[in-house]
Design a protein around this ligand. Sequence first.
Ligand code: ZN
Length: 180
Amino acid sequence: MAVIPCANPECGVQHRIINEADHRHFNDIIRGVFYCGYCEQATAFQIKGNAANFLPGRLFQEELADDVAEEPRAMFAEALLCFYGASYSGVIAMCRSAIAEAILAKGIGNRKKPLPDLIELAKNAGLVDTLDESTAESVRVLGRDTLHYMRAMTPTEGAVALGAIAKVLNNITKRTPPPA
Ligand SMILES: [Zn+2]
């Protein structure tokens, strides 16, 4: 029987997945988000066969570095939850926010600036290189398509965006802007 522990380490709730059909195919994969009724923590999960595993970041080639700032980390976590909740437009929207938060966390720009301006400022400050810039731009344009023109994002677009943006966030984190 699969058990999903609440991701909040201080909560301790273990949600049991019961009602497993005997005829369930062993290779069935179920992904979703468990919202804990006790503490309201969201926990992304994946169940394959009878085993549950959580936030399987290994699906993505690049993992978020430990020193990425709190705000971009929170946005990236939301993007992951969207992915496991099968909202790929949400993934793109949250990836866009994560880029903006990572740049702001370095003291570059302000919240009134639109994303293209923030990316430009970050480039001028040496926080993003040409490859990062084109990745950030791609996600920005995907976001424009899905948020303004209602184009549905595919699982592949969501997965690629997560891996690519993790790398950009890591790069922004490890670079230092020149003194003002
Ligand atoms: Zn909980």
